[in-house]
Design a binder for this molecule. Structure first.
Ligand code: NAP
Length: 263
């Protein structure tokens, strides 16, 4: 391996300790911080994520409450009888700590203050922590989901990177990736991005968490061993983007509580 590790676990611990301090300061002013999580699906990934959120909240002194709003179903992201648009409209942007309402997403596009989805925010916090220069850099984000690829691309753009968003209809993906100084993988296909797709010295961020039969734990979208021989920096899976997601959700929660307390 020649790449250095962008250590999400360690960085998340720092962010979470900061959040804990902020929650303590709020408590000393009589402000109680609580995260309410609406749970619509009971698939293993959602259950695991909710469990992680609860544990992280406890450690930071934040109360957490999970509300089940639908029957067991595999439909993603909301059961058929629930109207996702109406649910998102009903959520006030000032409490949208996952940054998924149209208002929050619009604010991101318009360069206005607002909450950003936890995973792309976590990616940006990690790059910032390691002082990865983004200005003028060629960034390629693979994936255009509303919760990950698109906001990650917009945040990289905000930092003056020149950004390309790739997706399932993109042609010549390996060639495109080879142009990237910063490559963000947000696809959901285990080890799809091969070592020889990486530009020498590139920074590689792997947001993928994939289950692979016969393999223990989660597998990223990037062939870590191959990419780490070529990249300058790389996130591991696990221990990269995942812990940063939870930490960013907590820091958004602290932001929301501080903003409410100021009113
Ligand atoms: P998603 O909604 O399924 O989006 C996947 C994106 O990848 C889509 O834009 C899709 O293109 C694109 N894509 C699929 N196959 C492709 C291919 N062969 N070549 C190029 N692009 C392709 O997934 P997501 O929710 O964004 O999640 C992506 C990955 O990140 C998953 O592994 C997920 O588990 C992980 N994730 C991790 C965290 C975390 O906390 N670390 C949080 C959320 C998600 P089209 O738009 O054309 O279909």
């Amino acid at each position: 391996l020649s790449a250095r590790i962008l250590d999400g676990k360690q960085t998340a611990a720092v962010v979470r300790a900061e959040v804990k301090e902020r929650v303590r300061a709020l408590a000393s002013r009589g402000v109680h911080v609580r995260l309410d999580v609406l749970v619509a699906v009971q698939d293993p990934a959602s259950v695991a994520y909710v469990r992680m959120k609860r544990k992280a909240c406890e450690e930071a002194g934040i109360e957490s409450r999970a509300h089940e709003i639908g029957p067991e179903t595999k439909q993603h992201p909301l059961p058929r009888h629930l109207d996702e648009g109406a649910a998102l409209q009903a959520l006030g942007a000032n409490k949208d700590v996952d940054g998924i309402t149209p208002q929050s997403l619009g604010a991101l596009v318009a360069d206005l203050p607002g909450f950003v989805c936890a995973t792309p925010l976590g990616i940006m916090k990690l790059l910032e922590r390691y002082e990865i220069a983004l200005e003028g850099k060629r960034a390629v984000v693979i994936g255009r989901s509303v919760i990950l690829g698109k906001p990650a691309a917009l945040m990289l753009l905000r930092k003056n990177a020149t950004v390309t968003i790739a997706h399932s209809r993109t042609r010549n993906l390996p060639e495109l990736c080879r142009e990237a100084d910063v490559l963000v993988a947000a696809v959901g296909r285990p080890e799809m991005i091969r070592g020889d797709w990486i530009k020498p010295g590139a920074v590689v961020v792997d947001a993928g968490y994939n289950k692979v039969e016969g393999r223990q734990g989660d597998v990223g979208d990037v062939d870590f061993q191959g990419a780490a021989k070529v990249a300058s920096w790389i996130t591991p899976v696990p221990g990269g983007v995942g812990p940063m997601t939870v930490a960013s959700l907590l820091s958004n929660t602290a932001d929301a509580a501080e903003a409410t307390a100021r009113r």
